[in-house]
Design a protein around this ligand. Structure first.
Ligand code: URP
Ligand code: ZN
Ligand code: ZN
Length: 459
């Protein structure tokens, strides 16, 4: 054994035990009391969590003239400092590119920069024969999930295309992950508000109401029923969509749903901050009425929602968000969050009594690993798993500020919020990459992770 983490409290999705963790060759090789090794980390009073997994991030994502501000280096350093040791980003075929080229290009952008392990979702913005064949080829290489959008020109597909994509996902073992918002409702309301001179960011959420999200969810769930595919709904925000998921489950469908920290903690009131500050919260689907919060937390604890991911998609206020100063529809959509997810969820979930400790690990590590074909290599603390581990100090207090965070963006949506509970050490494949908030790893040390296929149960 090379390294032992001593006297911590090991938390998995299943149990909480006092044990030392023995590490060798980047893997966990022992879980027992009284382990010995040349290098010892004393972890008394700390939780030992599996390295957390964020299955929804957009690093250096091109949107029109802009590229999201965190690249694969800064974004993964931020992830690591916040306790996330695996991310899943996206590959999108733009213009004349085919899917194989898009994936190769994205790999080139990421390899050599990433500091934690990563994978990529494919994006289903076409359904021609070549595209569908390439989905099959790529699934065999470990790209086993497909993002489908029901809005955003260039990315969105129609209902017929969705059914075909879902059928191919089912055939080749990809998990379809869906952004559900009705494009036509949004376009109609945006045009109406602009015509009435309503240009402030507060009109962003009003142009994308819960009914637009729930309608698209309900429709995609019907399409999935026909295709016989299981689906995963990304960033579910409101009770209306939760009801659509419940109805699909009642008729026997297998549906998973993700929630984000911003939809659990921030609300529509944030768009009314002074001046143009509401632009910080222009993300889609938008922040909702506070009445959704207790329902989403409860659904998360009870297992109706399966994962918490961030949808990290940072844009600077200066030079990017401010483009929409006189027209909210020009504000690039998205907000940062990859670094703050774990401290926020621990503080406002676990400490606040909304989420049990084991459930916290489950929704932020274990279930993401299972659904996205990474388990048991990732997502748990067990003999044989990668030694991706957090030594987490439950009493460390931090006041969140964009200046101290590693995210490459000029604001933090939670500026000034207090968190209690922060990673003391972050270990990736046996290597300490973060110590007391300082990144110690090497650029490019992260590895691409081919993932197992998703098993769609028979309808
Ligand atoms: O506003 C957001 N969420 N931007 C990123 C792309 C997406 O919708 O997931
Ligand atoms: Zn989305
Ligand atoms: Zn997203």
């Amino acid at each position: 054994m090379d390294l032992v983490i001593k006297d911590g409290i090991v938390v998995t999705a299943a149990e909480i035990i006092e044990a030392d963790v023995g590490i060798e060759g980047g893997k966990i090789v022992a879980l027992a009391k009284g382990l010995k090794a040349p290098e010892v980390i004393e972890a008394r009073g700390c939780y030992i969590f599996p390295g957390f997994i964020d299955v929804h991030v957009h690093l250096q994502m091109p949107v029109g003239d802009f590229i999201s501000t965190d690249d694969f280096y800064t974004g993964t350093v931020a992830a690591a400092c916040g306790g996330t040791t695996t991310i899943i980003d996206f590959a999108e075929a733009h213009n004349e590119e085919d899917l194989l080229q898009a994936v190769a290009k994205r790999r080139q952008e990421a390899d050599g920069k990433v500091v934690v392990d990563y994978s990529l979702h494919l994006t289903g913005n076409r359904d021609d024969g070549k595209f569908l064949d390439e989905m099959g080829e790529l699934a065999a290489e470990g790209y086993t999930s497909l993002k489908i959008y029901t809005t955003y020109p260039g990315l969105m597909v129609n209902d017929g295309q969705i059914i075909r994509l879902l059928e191919v996902c089912r055939r080749h073992g990809l998990l379809p992950i869906i952004h559900t918002e009705n494009h036509y409702i949004i376009e109609h309301l945006k045009a109406r508000f602009l015509a009435e001179g309503k240009v402030h960011p507060r009109y962003h959420p009003l142009s994308r109401p819960p009914i637009a999200e729930a309608e698209a969810a309900q429709r995609v769930l019907a399409l999935a029923y026909v295709a016989g595919a299981s689906i995963y709904i990304v960033h579910l925000t409101c009770v209306e969509t939760l009801e659509a998921v419940r109805a699909a489950r009642r008729r026997g469908q297998v549906v998973y749903a993700e929630v984000t920290p911003q939809h659990l903690l921030l609300s529509i009131e944030d768009y009314n901050r002074p001046g143009f500050e509401g632009a910080k919260f222009v993300l889609s689907p938008p922040l909702r009425d506070k009445s959704n919060h207790p329902l989403l937390w409860q659904a998360l604890e009870l297992g109706e929602l399966q994962t918490v991911a961030t949808d990290h998609c940072p844009w600077n206020m200066k030079g990017q968000k401010e483009r929409g100063l006189h027209d909210f529809t020009l504000i690039p959509n998205g907000a940062p969050g990859v670094e703050t997810r774990i401290p926020l969820l621990f503080t406002y979930g676990v400490r606040a009594g909304r989420l049990s400790l084991t459930r916290f690990v489950d929704v932020c590590a274990t279930t993401p690993a299972k659904l996205f074909g990474l388990y048991p290599r990732k997502g748990t603390v067990a003999v044989g798993s990668d030694a991706d581990i957090l030594v987490f100090d439950p009493d460390k207090e931090v006041s969140l500020s964009y200046k101290a965070l590693h995210q490459n963006v000029d604001y933090c949506p939670y500026e000034g919020w207090k968190v209690k509970g922060y990673p003391r050490l972050v270990i990736s494949r046996g290597e300490i990459i973060v110590e007391e908030g300082e990144f110690k790893g090497r650029k490019g040390r992260g590895k691409f992770l081919p993932r197992k296929r998703f098993n769609h149960p028979s309808p």
